[in-house]
Ligand binder design. Structure first.
Ligand code: ADP
Ligand code: MG
Length: 731
């Protein structure tokens, strides 16, 4: 039979098996089956640690029958057969009612699959599926390494193994599989051919085989993904855009003259990069990563000024209304009369800065929209919703997206569809993105990094306050807070929940938790609810912080109310702000030097790092306290210690990636049954991903490009269309 990768499995395996595979594992074609790799390999002698199995796991184990005991049941008619199987490390009961399994004899080896249950004090499988390895079984079972596949109730691991075997027999080997990777690339990186790698991954003889096959198969994943991304970058680079070249004597020069500080080297370098890209007649797509407090706003403002000087408009989008209002305020303050062109006291060389958010009163909103539509507003500040609301721009030249590393491909596509020529786009984030994630999830953006903080910052001292281990420390924490306030500084107290009658833990106005939700441990349900802003504020007013001017801030307040409270804090009127993570992103009050995070274990690593950034903004040394009930010795305690121990955002981003499942990074595709990244790991394969990225860029830049590699082109096309929505989107 002529088999190809696209052959329907029914033709090879028969209708019944094929149907089960399609329904429970989404395996439909030969390609699907071959790319369904074993999860692990069972070996005799070094067996699964049965002891480690968790109740509820669905597993396949290789074990030997130790004892078989049948007895009449007392409570009802029939017999019960208990089969004890074991491996080196532990034993487990298989329980069968009213069924004799003659083959289950002492000493027999087999694969046993089922859901782990518990009876009295031991683990058991009730009615497991099993496949015994008998003397006259084919050579599959004589292998040193028995592949254990991701399986389902209807399709067991050994059925998959047999199916692969059938496929091999039907096609006379995997010779029919064409290798999409160019020969020269394979030689360069010492990679197996695809047929050889498939054979080794499904039917290995040694652990070495598995490793070499894995290396090669990861390359497929990495290269094809990078080709998709590189193609996007190339397409974007060819798109027509409007050049907004730098000119002198305008707003940009005025901004530079008005800056109360000199730019850091990093700000200058990134500024040059942006200036050059804005001058091209192709739209810029750039991601600017910069530590919290590294001064991204001024970099963005200078880019916006350049665009305004060139006759265009710039929009600055923030994730929350609080932050949008703050941006509008600080930009207006920085520009002074330059922000009020057209007004009596305005400078005609300047432009108009408008804030356009959902909470504006109707009249103000109409006026703002009119200024945006007629072009008199050069700088428009709003929330991310601004672009979806159908606001008309006279000539939108640049969109700056602040603190949103989830501004995905689709959103950028939507932007591109707006207006006649797509605007330049700058995405900014203070959440450091590990290099591998930058190369995959954000792989179609060029990136710039601001590592340096402006000099003259006081720095932050961080420590964990483990209230279970050291109850006295909490009192000391409040004393420290009081001392700072007495010295004229201000403080934040952050809680995971709003309080009163909210049920969930999330504050809906807080930025989405992009950074790894706090982990849910086992027994999560029994944990007490997280501390709430309203309760904590109350307790502090009556207790340790009595007499201080305390206010609260959270997402249930109206936008005007939030804005007013934020203003009162910025002006120093409020001394202590008890808040949810609405303060996580971008809020800039340099006089605030203390932050106490309650239930710190309920926050993700990156989120904590973000929060810390709020007290690292001024001349004074900041103090960042992580209050937790987690014991110092637990994993959670250590995670918090790591956050306190370093302020290197990139190191923390890596830690964050380690503590999360990678699936959360890549979105649903990763956890789905047919994810595209089966073997490639964002944690472990950094070098491979970087090399594949370089190869992909190179390959597309050569004369024939993908056209010279039809096999690759087909894989790329399949990924680009099929899985784009789930795979490239992290939103
Ligand atoms: P982030 O990168 O976190 O958005 P901001 O842009 O809010 O940081 O900047 C943080 C603070 O640093 C602001 O108060 C800003 O005015 C100040 N700042 C920015 N650049 C410099 C610089 N070169 N020297 C001194 N202070 C600066
Ligand atoms: Mg910022």
């Amino acid at each position: 039979m002529a088999v190809t990768l696209d052959t329907d499995l029914a033709r090879v395996l028969g209708a019944k098996t094929a149907k089960a595979m399609a329904e429970s594992l989404e395996l439909r074609t030969v390609r699907d089956l071959l790319r369904h790799y074993p999860r692990r390999y069972a070996t005799r002698g070094e067996m699964t640690r049965l002891d480690d199995l968790q109740v509820g796991d669905r597993v396949t184990v290789l074990a030997q029958v130790r004892r078989v005991v049948s007895r009449k049941m007392r409570s009802r008619p029939g017999t019960l057969t208990e089969v004890t199987v074991g491996d080196g490390a532990g034993e487990m009961q298989l329980v069968f009612f009213n069924r004799r399994h003659g083959q289950l004899q002492q000493g027999a080896w087999g694969l046993f699959a089922g859901t782990v249950g518990q009876y009295r004090n031991s683990k058991q499988f009730a009615h497991p599926d099993f496949h015994l390895i008998t003397g006259d079984d084919d050579e599959d079972w004589a292998r040193a390494l028995i592949p254990i596949y991701p399986a389902s109730k209807d399709v067991s691991s050994w059925v998959i193994q047999k199916s692969i075997r059938l496929l091999l027999d039907a096609s006379g080997g995997f010779g029919f599989v064409e290798d999409p990777l160019p020969q020269d690339l394979r030689t360069r990186h010492g990679l197996l051919s695809l047929p050889a790698a498939l054979l080794d991954v499904h039917r290995p003889t040694t652990a070495d085989d598995v490793e070499r096959a894995g290396e090669r198969l990861k390359w497929d994943e990495a290269l094809i993904l990078q080709l998709v991304l590189a193609a996007r970058r190339r397409a974007a680079a060819l798109e027509p855009g409007t050049a907004r070249p730098r000119s002198s004597g305008g707003l940009l020069d005025a901004v530079d003259a008005a800056l109360p500080f000199s730019l850091t080297e990093g700000q200058q370098a990134v500024g040059e990069e942006l200036a050059a890209e804005l001058s091209r007649d192709h739209p810029m797509h750039r991601l600017l990563q910069g530590e919290v407090g590294s001064g991204k706003t001024v970099v963005a403002l200078r880019a916006m000024a350049q665009v305004v000087d060139a006759g265009g408009q710039a929009a600055l989008l923030a994730p929350t209304e609080v932050l949008a209002a703050q941006h509008a305020r600080s930009i207006s303050a920085m520009l002074g009369p330059l922000a009020r062109a057209g007004e009596l006291d305005g400078d005609p060389a300047g432009t108009k800065v408008v804030l356009l958010t959902g909470s504006l009163k109707a009249a103000a909103r109409r006026a703002a929209r009119a200024a945006v539509a007629d072009g008199s507003a050069g700088i428009v500040v709003g929330t991310h919703a601004l672009l979806q609301e159908g606001v008309d721009f006279a000539d939108l030249g640049l969109v700056v997206v602040d603190e949103q590393h989830r501004f995905g491909v689709e959103q950028r596509d939507a932007l591109r569809a707006k207006g006649n020529r797509p605007p330049h786009v700058l995405v900014m984030t203070a959440t450091p993105i590990p290099r591998t994630v930058a190369m995959t999830v954000y792989g179609d953006l060029e990136t710039s990094v601001l590592r340096q903080l402006p000099s003259g910052r006081g720095g932050v001292a961080s420590s964990v306050v483990p209230v279970s281990d050291r109850p006295a420390w909490l009192g000391r924490a409040w004393e420290r807070l009081r001392e700072e306030v007495a010295a004229g500084r201000q403080a934040y107290v952050v809680c995971p929940r709003i309080g009163d009658d909210d049920t969930g833990t999330a504050d809906t106005d807080a930025p989405e938790d992009a950074d790894g939700a706090p982990e849910k441990g086992a027994g999560e349900d029994e944990r007490r609810p997280p501390l709430a802003v309203l309760d904590v504020a109350e307790a502090l007013r009556e207790g340790p912080l009595a007499g201080l001017r305390i206010d609260v801030l959270h997402g249930r307040l109206t936008p005007e109310d939030k804005e007013a409270r934020m203003r009162a804090f910025a002006s120093g009127e409020t001394q202590v702000l008890v808040a949810t993570t609405v303060v996580e992103v971008g809020v800039d009050v340099p006089n605030a030097t203390v932050m106490v995070v309650m239930d710190a274990d309920r926050f993700g690593v990156s989120q904590l790092h973000q929060l810390r950034g709020r007290v690292a903004r001024g001349r004074h040394r900041g103090l960042f306290l992580l209050v937790t009930e987690a014991r110092e010795t637990t994993a959670t305690g250590q995670r918090l210690a790591a956050v306190a121990g370093t302020s290197d955002g990139f190191e923390l981003a890596r830690l964050d990636l380690e503590t999360r499942r990678e699936g959360d990074v890549l979105g649903a595709a990763q956890s789905g049954k047919r994810s595209t990244l089966r073997l490639l790991s964002l944690l472990e394969d950094e070098e491979l991903i970087a090399t594949a990225r370089a190869e992909a860029t190179e390959l597309l830049a050569t004369r024939g490009g993908l056209a010279d590699h039809p096999g690759l082109a087909a894989e790329v096309a399949a990924l680009a269309t099929d899985e784009r929505a789930t795979y490239l989107e992290k939103a």
